[in-house]
Design a protein around this ligand. Structure first.
Ligand SMILES: NC(=O)c1ccc[n+]([C@@H]2O[C@H](COP(=O)([O-])OP(=O)(O)OC[C@H]3O[C@@H](n4cnc5c(N)ncnc54)[C@H](O)[C@@H]3O)[C@@H](O)[C@H]2O)c1
Length: 321
């Protein structure tokens, strides 16, 4: 064991009103964290996602991790033991505001590392992304795969990873990195250009708007159910060596065009699928190696068709009010 469990501890989750963060918050509460503190500026997160958590005693701060004064205030009020750092602005935002997509990832993470270096909390679990690897140079991509980010979002995430590693190296802080691949599941944002492919397609079909495909849809992704990611992260917490990173992925490669077909079939959609231009910086393939995570924990994965059906049913219920 590299660190004590978060059970009975004060745990702060940045980005905790977002998709993965809100599921993580629920799990931390269920597992018996002493107190869970959520820091989220609601850039894309929603208070709807944390209604239950707040009812169970989680404390919510609508604050921005890029402002160190905001973080300093929160860490002065609470004796935080553990931080899970998930706050970020979605990849698509980097096509609109490339500079801030970069700085949110870097500045927010460095602000936290500075607080950790000064003894304001003990352990940091930092969320990276498969996007830091860029298009595969070899497959499956393991943790040693070169980082060749193709967007400012991914460049910011890669820089944040390097910041975590350098603070471990220089100041012996207790930090490690989890690197999820593409997540899907309930509570992923469905609104506007920052929406994930599954929720936006579900939303369009529900509103009688033709769903879209970018390019031929031959780009493939490794889709993992959000509760499986959260389960892996909480199990990894005690056993992840300091300074190391670990992929959290499946062996379940799915082409975007095949995913769309599964969604259309689930909703029995008979209308057209609108073809849009491919996005230039989209990486083509993300086939992960999950050997490391399997060697560290008992790794349970939900079959894709089961997780997808749960997710699509959840969105249908949500959109039907
Ligand atoms: N969803 C995926 O498929 C995926 C894949 C790989 C890695 N990740 C990583 O997992 C983490 C969570 O991703 P997600 O899909 O839940 O994203 P999300 O966008 O749903 O959640 C991120 C949250 O951060 C908040 N936020 C943004 N900027 C902030 C700021 N400056 N200060 C405070 N809060 C801020 C947003 O409001 C949002 O609630 C991220 O670090 C992401 O890079 C996600």
């Amino acid at each position: 064991m590299f660190r004590d469990s978060y059970v009975g501890k004060v745990v702060l989750v940045t980005g905790g009103a977002g998709f993965i963060g809100s599921h993580l918050v629920d799990r931390l509460i269920a597992d018996g964290a002493k107190q869970v503190i959520i820091v989220d500026n609601l850039f894309i997160g929603s208070e709807d996602n944390i209604v239950d958590a707040v009812a169970k005693g989680a404390v919510f701060y609508n604050e921005d991790i890029e402002y160190k004064e905001s973080l300093e205030y929160i860490f002065d009020v609470h004796n935080v033991d553990v931080v899970f750092n998930l706050a970020t602005k979605a990849l698509n935002y980097s096509f609109v505001n490339p500079a801030n997509a970069f700085t949110t990832n870097v500045t927010g993470t460095v602000n936290l590392l500075e607080l950790q270096r000064k003894g304001k909390f003990k352990s940091l679990c930092h969320f990276s992304t498969s996007e830091v690897y860029g298009s595969a140079i070899y497959e499956p991509m393991d943790e040693a795969h070169p980082k060749v980010p193709t967007t400012t979002y991914a460049a910011g995430k890669a820089a944040a990873d390097l910041a975590v590693e350098s603070y471990v190296n220089m100041f012996n802080v207790d930090a490690f990195i989890v690197r999820p691949f593409n997540n899907y599941g309930p509570r992923q944002n469905h609104k506007g250009y920052l929406a994930g492919i599954i929720p936006i397609t579900a939303w369009r079909i529900h509103n009688d708007i033709a769903p879209e495909i970018h390019g031929e849809g031959n780009q493939s992704r490794d889709f993992i159910y959000v509760s499986d990611t959260v389960d892996a992260v909480v199990k990894l917490f005690t056993v992840m060596p300091v300074g190391e990173s670990v992929n959290i992925s499946t062996d379940n490669q799915c082409k975007v065009k095949d995913l769309l077909q599964k969604i259309l079939t689930h909703y029995n959609y008979q209308g057209e699928l609108v073809k849009k231009e491919a996005r230039g910086a989209d990486v083509l393939g993300h086939n992960a190696s999950n050997e490391k995570v399997k060697s560290l924990i008992e790794y349970n994965l939900t079959p894709f068709d089961v997780g997808l059906a749960n997710t699509l049913d959840w969105y249908q219920a949500k959109f039907s009010g």
